[in-house]
Ligand binder design. Structure first.
Ligand code: UDP
Ligand code: MG
Length: 315
């Protein structure tokens, strides 16, 4: 019989993680699906690990993975996928914002032969208008970069073992899971779901961390900003040509303009264009630096299967 692994990244989720495990146990047992829950504690500062340990005592199908510190959700998802042993692997948030019932529909689609089943948000829940608009802008860029429509994409998805293995075989450290699962291809279908409100605990995303997330992922996935640098350079060059010709004409006609304002404007414009370009290029270099260091994506301090400590040297 096939087995489903559900990967649940958890960071400071002491209020939700136990409940999520119980709800998933009920829903999956009722549907008669053989499963394991791979809960990854992403270096939580609260009692999340204690809650995962408790969940493991209640349900032998829980595999708890404890990070040595916070490595971020992408790393937690990757670690969970690496530990998962199922024939099919689902990834979902452990705050019950992704409805467990949708998991069952996804599973049935997998049984029908679909290899990647993407969860698509029906609406973006109770987010602010600014948040929705900037998300729309970001996913517009990402859709162009990946060639896949990513509007309302989410981290809620189910993947066949084949797709999981191909994602795990990708060597890059800066991975954008949401887009990578489309990038690997395979027979893909989509399931809409309604984002639920968070019952307890807090969202880990501040506006600033979202901006950083957007920029990092654009850089991880596309070289479009570098082309933007070229365009800015080209535009500056075009303007300079016009200005040069204009100034020369003025000069030979004996009407050379007074210099200060023009000089200042040109200097500042070019200066800022150069700084902006350097910043963008610098960001790519920083990412290349991170990649060539080949550091592990995460460090695990403990792994529990049910009550048993099954930690082995990894990476
Ligand atoms: N998460 C994580 N590491 C982090 C931040 C978040 O593993 O550094 C997990 C978190 O526990 C949750 C999921 O990622 O299961 C989504 O986080 P959150 O609910 O804060 O995001 P939102 O639903 O507000 O987009
Ligand atoms: Mg959430």
């Amino acid at each position: 019989m096939s087995r489903l692994s559900v990967v649940l990244p958890a960071y400071n989720e002491e209020l939700m993680v136990g409940k999520t495990c119980r709800v998933l146990h009920e829903v999956l047992a009722e549907a008669g699906i053989s499963y394991e829950l791979v809960v990854v504690d992403d270096g939580s500062k609260d009692k999340t690990w204690e809650e995962i340990t408790k969940a493991g005592e209640e349900d032998g199908n829980v595999l708890g993975v404890h990070f040595s510190r916070n490595f971020g959700k992408e790393a937690a998802v990757y670690a969970g996928m690496a530990q998962a042993t199922g024939d099919v692997v689902a990834v979902m948030d452990c705050d019950l914002q992704h409805p467990p019932e949708t998991l069952i529909s996804m599973y049935h689609l997998w049984e029908q032969g679909w290899e990647v089943i993407e969860g698509v948000k029906k609406s973006r829940g109770t987010e602010s208008l600014l948040h929705k608009e900037s998300a729309g802008f970001f996913y517009g860029i990402m859709s162009k970069a990946t060639g896949v429509n990513m509007q309302n994409a989410s981290d809620f998805k189910m993947m066949d073992r084949k797709a999981v293995n191909s994602i795990l075989s990708m060597p890059e450290r800066n991975m954008f899971f949401r887009a990578t699962s489309s990038w690997v291809g395979f027979k893909t279908t989509y399931v809409e779901f309604e984002v639920r409100d968070r019952e307890a605990g807090q969202s880990k995303w501040s506006t600033w961390s979202l901006i950083k997330y957007a920029f990092t992922n654009i850089v991880a996935f596309t070289t479009a900003p570098l082309q933007f640098v070229t365009v800015v350079g080209g535009a500056c060059f075009g303007c300079s040509l016009i200005l040069i010709i204009y100034s020369l004409v003025q000069f030979f006609a004996g009407r050379a303009v007074e210099g200060y304002t023009t000089t200042l404007i040109v200097l500042l414009l070019i200066g800022s264009a150069i700084m902006l370009s350097l910043g963008i290029i610098g960001y790519y270099i920083a990412k290349i630096y991170e990649e060539v260091k080949r550091r592990p994506r995460y460090i695990i301090s403990q792994i529990l299967r049910g009550k048993e400590d099954v930690y082995q040297e990894v990476n």
